[in-house]
Design a protein around this ligand. Structure first.
Ligand code: SAM
Ligand code: SF4
Ligand code: SF4
Length: 477
């Protein structure tokens, strides 16, 4: 049988190179994958078209690149063993064509990956064209969660209309983006929510929706008829009184959101859940975990400790570490029975902890910052920023879809300056004279969100709190 690249993964040209990325990391069996490929690597992968086996591909590689068979075989093996995240190599995605639905098959034209000599770009960690998108359709909510990190009071303007959204999707699709990651606010607080979701699906794109809205049976049936197959319900406890207390709405909400879960199960929409752990729900969260794992329609449940909010932080929302240890102990017993269903992101480590050597090691292992390098965030009025939690912060607004095209925004001087900051413009703080400035910013990056959480809204230019040169700042988690 022939081999093919899994449809969960997409390969597209990006200037003089190509990128390989997860189409929808939230719903993918492979999680979040990303890698730059050189043209020869992209061309080789495009040869896996469902009709050829490994030997056929090796033969064509030998012919195309003028190699003997043994060298070509070695090159293909080396390509397939390249990592794309902590768990997977490229080889994991090369699967038998009979294992996939023919309609989802992606075929690539090898010629699309031949670089255009006029388009040469330097080795840049930033994608020439963005490959992921978050859309905040509104900052309004049904609930008023006490722990919420969203800057819900930062926006009072007019929300973007359906034509702007349609044009955004057209432009995003031209970039190869197929997933609309909604956040907010709660999309269902918009009167045209169903129109936005239906349009997304009709364009062959997939909407990832997180919500706390107590959807009725009729509304869920409508979503199912449109083709929505998964949704995230954010739920913090099994005891409805605790839910009501944490999300600060009138009594009865807790029971209604539990009922919404049941309706989703009955109608056949698969559910992911997210639970924020605070001292007020962490004990009941274990009952919730037990309940969720027993529901066949629930595919994945995440539990995360409260993280500092930039906009309305409450110190009493942090869980004491003893509470987290007790939770983890009980959680692990459930996790042993349902390893693929429930996940706890664990105690977020204190970024300031340890001596210089320990902090240096931790800093060198930080995750890659994608802000202004792979993805962008559309705000409710059509302005564009680089990271969800930065919301309306002026320093990070890179454009406005009411006035510019997506690619004009992505290539704007502001977006470029954020992706490649100039050290000469840093007024104070440890980064101003740091000799590692270039490698830090051109490599894994300095997380602006964490800088602001640690040192305040006016210090986005201060060091990443995990950096060994960073001073001790606010508690983060
Ligand atoms: C900001 S909300 C937006 C989507 C929607 N309103 C909801 O609540 O599902 C996205 C997710 O972040 C979680 N969240 C909110 N504030 C948080 C915080 N301070 N720490 C960790 N997670 C938080 C929410 O519970 C929700 O699952
Ligand atoms: S967590 Fe979600 S639903 Fe709750 S207030 Fe924040 S944005 Fe709204
Ligand atoms: S975060 Fe640390 S390593 Fe990076 S530029 Fe600032 S001081 Fe230098």
């Amino acid at each position: 049988m022939g081999l093919i690249v899994s449809p969960h993964i997409k390969i597209r040209p990006d200037g003089n190179r190509a990128i390989l990325f997860s189409v929808n990391p939230t719903n993918s069996i492979y999680g979040n994958c990303f890698r730059f490929l050189n043209p020869a690597q992209a061309i080789t992968l495009s040869l896996f078209n469902g009709k050829r086996d490994l030997t056929d591909v090796v033969e064509i590689v030998a012919y195309l690149f003028d190699l003997d068979t043994q060298t070509a075989s070695h090159e293909v093996d080396a390509l397939l063993s390249l990592p794309v995240n902590n768990e997977h190599t490229i080889g994991t995605f090369i699967i038998d064509v009979s294992d996939i639905d023919i309609k989802s098959m992606r075929l690539y034209d090898p010629k699309a990956f031949i670089p255009d000599k006029n388009q040469l770009i330097p080795d840049d960690p930033r994608c020439n064209i963005p490959c992921s998108m978050i859309v905040l359709p509104t900052m309004r909510c049904y609930t008023n969660c006490r722990y919420c990190y969203a800057d819900r009071n930062g926006f009072r303007g007019k929300e973007f209309d359906v034509p702007l959204f349609k044009d955004l999707l057209r432009q995003a699709k031209n970039c190869g983006i197929e997933t609309v990651n909604f956040s907010g606010g709660d999309i269902f607080c918009r009167s045209d929510a169903f129109e936005l979701i239906e349009y997304t699906l009709s364009r062959g794109m997939y909407p990832n929706i997180p919500t706390k809205y107590p959807l009725s049976k009729d509304q869920i049936e409508r979503l199912s008829e449109m083709g929505l197959s998964t949704i995230q319900i954010s739920i913090d406890a099994l005891d409805s009184n605790i839910i009501d207390d944490l999300v600060a709405v009138s009594p009865g909400y807790g029971n209604r959101i539990l009922q919404t879960l049941n309706y989703l199960g009955e109608i056949g929409i698969k559910v992911r859940t997210n639970t924020v752990l605070t001292p007020y729900n962490i004990r009941d969260a274990i009952n919730l975990a037990k309940y969720l794992t027993k529901q066949p329609y629930i595919i994945k449940s995440n539990f995360t400790c409260y993280g500092r909010s930039i906009y309305h932080h409450h110190e009493n929302m942090f869980c004491p570490s003893e509470m987290i240890h007790i939770f983890k102990n009980d959680f692990d017993k459930i996790k042993n029975i349902f390893p693929a269903k429930i996940f706890f992101s664990g105690l977020v480590s204190d970024p300031y902890k340890g001596d210089e050597a320990e902090r240096t090691t931790r800093f060198s292992k930080r995750s890659f910052c994608t802000a202004s390098r792979r993805g962008f965030v559309v705000l409710p009025d059509g302005r564009v920023t680089i990271c969800e939690e930065l919301y309306f912060h002026d320093s990070f607004i890179i454009g406005d879809l009411n006035k510019q095209s997506l690619m004009e925004i992505w290539a704007s001087p502001k977006a470029m300056e954020l992706a490649h900051p100039s050290q000469a413009l840093v007024p104070d703080g440890a980064c101003r004279d740091c000799l590692d400035f270039r490698t830090c910013h051109e490599g894994l990056g300095r997380c602006f969100r964490e800088c602001i959480k640690s040192y305040g809204i006016h210090r986005p230019h201060w060091p990443d709190p995990r950096c060994p040169k960073a001073p001790i700042g606010n508690r983060i988690a």
